[in-house]
Design a protein around this ligand. Structure first.
Ligand SMILES: Nc1ncnc2c1ncn2[C@@H]1O[C@H](COP(=O)(O)OP(=O)(O)OP(=O)(O)O)[C@@H](O)[C@H]1O
Ligand SMILES: [Mg+2]
Length: 316
């Protein structure tokens, strides 16, 4: 049994006379213990999908199952599911006039947590918030608020955790530690996680598989490695010490795609298979061209994101 199953999910919003199809017939499943990424441009439908899964809004049509149960089918299913899931987002509104500890206590009570103080202390320690525990949320920096939201997400040791842009505003050091916490926690408890973020390296580092969404639809589901293989070209930048004309002659003869040139530099594209590059470099060396520097820009998930996001908008 998969931890999450989504079939033909549809959700529209009506705004004045316009119908906004936020989620347009999507299907996917997430295995138990998997970290599944939802990627896509602003307005793609990621948060709407997560909000349906965590029970915040209801779907128009389609089927969802969480831990084998359809939460909307009856009250009993929802009661069973809601204690096993949780959500964390940097945009979640905490009670600003309550302290960190008071906020977490409210959530702990909602989830019927035993040993509330112990659990809160453990989370504050994990997210380096212990010294701030009696500070009102209104007095916190945005990164500190983000960390309180993360504590909230972990408070019931959820079996399924929805992390919607949960690392926004974190400094690089805390962001790195947070990724480690998420990974360690997931490994220890086998939690199933759906993760959204606009930081590509983070998605690449954490997610086992990624669904790329655009205009409410899922364009493709695959691993980060396979997504990157979709870009067939690698760009190379060479700085030339001697014999620049010989280099340019070879480039012309071999029909190499030149992206830009400088007084002693050239940036060009070759196929991502190392074969073509190896042959070309051999020719360049044989022609007596002396190279003082070389940079290879391998395709990144960011390149894929931009390529997918710029694909033509759907006509409705
Ligand atoms: N309550 C609402 N009323 C009307 N339109 C909405 C509502 N919530 C979302 N939308 C619209 O639905 C679409 C999908 O929004 P959603 O928040 O799911 O996108 P997202 O992928 O999470 O984007 P982002 O990366 O900016 O967080 C957008 O066009 C958005 O404007
Ligand atoms: Mg969103």
């Amino acid at each position: 049994m998969d931890a999450i199953e989504v079939n033909n999910l549809v959700k529209s919003f009506r705004e004045k006379n316009k119908l906004i199809k936020a989620v347009d017939n999507i299907s996917f499943s997430v295995k138990k213990g998997e970290i599944f990424g939802l990627l896509g441009p602003n307005g793609a439908g990621k948060t709407t999908t997560l909000n349906i899964l965590n029970g915040l809004i209801s779907k128009d049509s389609g089927e969802i199952k969480i831990l084998g149960l359809d939460p909307e089918q009856n009250e009993l299913n929802w009661e069973s599911v809601k204690n096993k899931i949780n959500v964390s987002t940097a945009y979640y509104s905490l009670s600003e006039q309550l302290t960190i500890r008071q906020n977490l206590k409210v959530y702990a009570m909602l989830y019927n947590i035993k040993n509330i103080q112990e659990k809160i202390d453990q989370l504050l320690q994990m997210f380096e918030l212990k010294s701030l525990d009696n500070r009102k949320v209104v007095q916190l920096s945005s990164g500190e608020k983000t960390r309180v939201s993360l504590c909230k997400g972990f408070i019931n040791d959820p079996e399924v955790l929805f992390l919607d842009e949960c690392t926004v505003g974190l400094d690089p050091d805390i962001a790195e530690k947070t990724r480690e916490i998420i990974r360690d926690y997931q490994e220890q408890k086998g939690t199933t996680i759906i993760f959204t973020s606009h930081y590509m390296y983070e998605v690449e580092e954490l997610c086992n598989r990624i669904a790329f969404m655009n205009n409410g639809r899922i364009i493709k589901i695959d691993t980060a490695g396979n997504f990157k293989k979709l870009i067939k070209k690698t760009s190379i930048e060479l700085t030339i010490k001697e014999n620049y004309p010989a280099l340019m002659k070879i480039m012309k003869e071999r029909n190499i795609d030149i992206l830009s040139t400088g007084t002693n530099t050239v940036v060009f594209e070759v196929s991502s298979s190392t074969d073509q590059l190896y042959k070309l470099m051999n020719m360049i060396f044989k022609a007596g061209v002396k190279i003082s520097d070389m940079h290879m820009n391998k395709p990144t998930l960011e390149d894929i994101f931009i390529q997918f996001a710029r694909k033509k908008q759907r006509v409705r």
